[in-house]
Design a binder for this molecule. Structure first.
Ligand SMILES: NC(=O)c1ccc[n+]([C@@H]2O[C@H](COP(=O)([O-])OP(=O)(O)OC[C@H]3O[C@@H](n4cnc5c(N)ncnc54)[C@H](OP(=O)(O)O)[C@@H]3O)[C@@H](O)[C@H]2O)c1
Length: 236
């Protein structure tokens, strides 16, 4: 991305740049070891290194990636607020947080977290069970959704009964609306009152178009539940 921005500086003004911090890697006894680090110094350093690599002077949205069990919300929050004050990041948020961790960090930053980037697709309901979706709806915070197509698994995985049922149901609904199955999945995510932003994992332009087409699909309320039930969720 940094090389692209350097080649054509007009690109930077036409996109929203989102990146994350919080995962660290070290070589310990010759072996790579990954762990979390959301301490003040690490966050500040990590952000400045990202800016250098991206050849830009500001990140539009900066996220704390994953739930660090050693997260001190006040220390991490202070780092995020200082980055904002310095103008190095415009907005701040988190990824994969549960409602308790979100609330703790949000308190420390005076309610300035703008999103939680979480996994959700017709095969994954972790954040419905954790109460995160209700928390976000109640606080009018829009999540970013990663792996909306389950990383492509929905279309490919053989031998998994739930996946096969979801795929068959989505194909059936896609036929009704005369659109692609991927478009139906994006429409299903957009239907939810939380006002989610789906992250498209593919960089193939025709697949980006399938996501855009979802904005014109009018799913029925009952169709949303057809997919939900096919994903193994209880509706009665
Ligand atoms: N916060 C986190 O912890 C976290 C974790 C994972 C990802 N993310 C972010 O979320 C973004 C989206 O996640 P994701 O990449 O898992 O998204 P995804 O859109 O669910 O999956 C993308 C994969 O699905 C394949 N695919 C797309 N359309 C398809 C179709 N119609 N038929 C068959 N395969 C299809 C793509 O293949 P092609 O590339 O060939 O089109 C690609 O391999 C990532 O790019 C990343 O930025 C965040």
């Amino acid at each position: 991305m940094g090389e692209a921005f350097a080649k054509d500086p007009s690109i930077r003004g036409r996109i929203e740049l989102v990146t994350k911090t919080g995962i660290s890697r070290k070589i310990i006894d010759g072996e790579p070891f990954g762990y979390y680090d959301t301490t003040y110094d690490r966050i500040i350093r990590s952000c400045k290194e990202s800016l250098q690599r991206l050849k830009t002077d500001c990140i539009d949205l900066y996220l704390i990636h994953r739930e660090d069990p050693l997260l001190d919300p006040w220390e991490t929050g202070r780092a995020l607020l200082d980055l904002k004050k310095e103008g190095l990041v415009r907005e701040i948020g988190v990824s994969n947080f549960d409602p308790f961790k979100f609330e703790a960090l949000n308190k420390a930053v005076g309610g300035q977290l703008v999103t939680n980037q979480i996994e959700w697709n017709p095969l994954c309901y972790e954040h419905f069970r954790s109460g995160m979706m209700d928390f976000l709806c109640g606080n009018r915070i829009h999540p970013m959704i990663w792996s909306p197509l389950a990383g492509g698994r929905i279309f490919k995985e053989e031998g998994d009964a739930v996946c096969a049922a979801v795929r068959a149901k989505i194909e059936e609904i896609a036929c009704r609306h005369a659109v692609s199955p991927a478009t139906i999945i994006y429409a299903w995510i957009l239907y939810h009152p939380v006002g989610a932003v789906a992250l498209v994992g593919s960089s193939r332009l025709e697949r980006l178009d399938l996501a855009i087409q979802a904005m014109d699909v009018k799913l029925k309320h009952s169709e949303w539940f057809e997919i939900y039930a096919a994903g193994g969720q209880q509706i009665r």
